[in-house]
Ligand binder design. Structure first.
Ligand code: FES
Length: 96
């Protein structure tokens, strides 16, 4: 294995997990996880932050009922109940 320096200043992991069996999941229709991820990606691109901030789709982060969930790295900040309306605030956190 090769050890490398993290290529991004910050990363936001967004749960986009989908469950087709009726159990709650951040990426299920109406939950908003997929829309949140897309809105964050668009905002990062629009602000010219691509290559500095990475928006990464994540699988289940295990707090499903509180989702959509996101996790900021390396800040260690966990966000629950996040919507696309929170994107400006999240971007602010990522650029501080
Ligand atoms: S489905 Fe998002 S935290 Fe479990």
């Amino acid at each position: 294995m090769d050890k490398k320096i993290v290529p991004y200043k910050k990363t936001v992991f967004v749960c986009t997990n989908v469950r087709a069996d009726g159990r709650v999941a951040c990426g299920n229709p109406g939950r908003g996880g997929l829309e949140l991820c897309a809105a964050l990606k668009d905002a990062v691109k629009d602000k010219g932050l691509k290559g500095k901030i990475r928006v990464a789709r994540a699988g289940c982060l295990d707090l499903c009922a509180q989702g959509p969930n996101a996790f900021l790295y390396p800040d260690g900040e966990w966000l629950s109940g996040v919507t696309a309306a929170d994107v400006p605030e999240i971007l602010k956190k990522l650029t501080e």
